[in-house]
Design a protein around this ligand. Structure first.
Ligand code: PMP
Length: 342
């Protein structure tokens, strides 16, 4: 399948991201934590990998030149699709959570997408943003619902690229893979690949944020998605089952829940000790990876994902006022408070 685009360079630049060792943290715990720096993708996040395949799939499902893609997204898929659809000559309509950080909405509209805010409902609820996107596609001509949540080409992208890259970069020395799940594409695709290639040896662990029900779902072996509270972390967390996490109970060896303050302090620690400026979900991933690594024998290799960079979250993560309002300030160690400069 070829793309009706003048920019094949874009597609060539997706993936093959660096995998780096967190030197200071790893030496402090006697286990190795490797992070896959997905902000090196062309639009700055892990979602470029899935977006390329999802666009291709939309064309195969009948999207015609000048048509419209419609999708529900917490932002990064929207940014990838906005760039891709522009290059390929399509319009883009997005449904986003009403709580999405304004910087992402501004970026999306700046890239030419039409953005509608949706209230927070459990996945599969008729008013969930993904249902709204499906209805929009039905009501408009030459419009395809991308459907990253239920379209399995999303996880296939990670099975074909992210998983093999990790395996090759560590020459097979992977003991555990830790990741949050938003659509579940990254977790499911990478875990499936690593388990397949290692004959089931690699452990896969879900890193969940506070306010998400996925951790409870795994810990109760699929009983329910109970969750309480909210989180500032965007892009991960689930309140219901969607197709790209349908296999999570067989794939996940365990799950951990990380509080917002743990995620924040991990973000500051990564700046302080590793010179890395990572986004909010990466704070959850690395905090969970450290806990997982400590539970494994010394010298173990644990891999996690840095889905995007901190920049777009700066107005929260680096804002003293926001940190005080959220009751985080008192729980931030003195040596990290210098990062609250906004
Ligand atoms: N972190 C961020 C910031 C994201 O935007 C996403 C995408 N939803 C993820 C993590 C999770 O990726 P996935 O959709 O593959 O589960």
């Amino acid at each position: 399948m070829s793309f009706p685009t003048t920019s094949p360079e874009f597609f060539a630049k997706v993936g093959k991201t660096p995998l780096v060792l967190l030197k200071s943290i790893s030496s402090s715990i006697g286990r190795n934590i490797f992070v896959k720096l997905e902000y090196h993708n062309p639009t700055g996040s892990v979602k470029d990998r899935a977006a390329v395949k999802l666009l291709q799939d939309s064309i195969e499902r009948g999207l015609k030149p000048g048509g419209t893609l419609v999708e529900a997204t917490a932002g990064n898929t929207g940014i990838s699709l906005a760039v891709l659809s522009r290059l390929a000559g399509y319009r883009l309509v997005l449904f986003v959570p009403e709580t999405l950080i304004q910087a992402k909405i501004d970026k999306l509209t700046g890239l030419g997408a039409v953005v509608f805010k949706a209230e927070n409902y459990p996945d599969n609820h008729p008013k969930h943003m993904n249902s709204l996107a499906a209805i929009y596609a039905k009501e408009h001509d030459n419009t395809i619902h991308v459907n990253q949540m239920n379209n399995l080409v999303n996880q296939q992208a990670h099975f074909e690229t992210t998983g093999p890259e990790i395996w090759e970069q560590l020459e097979g020395s992977v003991d555990a893979f830790v990741s949050g799940a938003g659509t579940g594409g990254t977790f499911s695709g990478v875990s499936k690949y690593l388990k397949k290639v290692s004959d089931g040896r690699v452990k896969a662990i879900i890193a969940d944020k506070q306010g998400s029900g996925l951790h409870h779902y795994i810990q109760t072996n699929g009983e329910s998605f109970d969750a309480e509270g909210e989180s500032f972390v965007e892009g991960i967390g689930k309140l219901g089952l969607i197709d790209n996490i349908r296999d999570v109970l067989t794939l996940a060896n365990d799950s951990l829940q990380i509080s917002d303050i743990e995620a924040l302090n991990t973000i500051y620690r990564l700046i302080e000790e590793e010179d890395l400026r990572v986004g909010a979900s990466a704070g959850v991933n690395v905090a969970a990876a450290i806990k997982v690594a400590k539970s494994l024998p010394p010298g173990s290799n644990v891999v996690t994902i840095i889905p995007d960079a901190v920049d777009i979250y700066a107005k929260k993560v680096f804002s003293k006022q926001w940190l005080i309002e959220q009751d985080h300030w008192d729980k931030i160690p003195d040596e990290y408070r210098k990062y609250a400069t906004l």
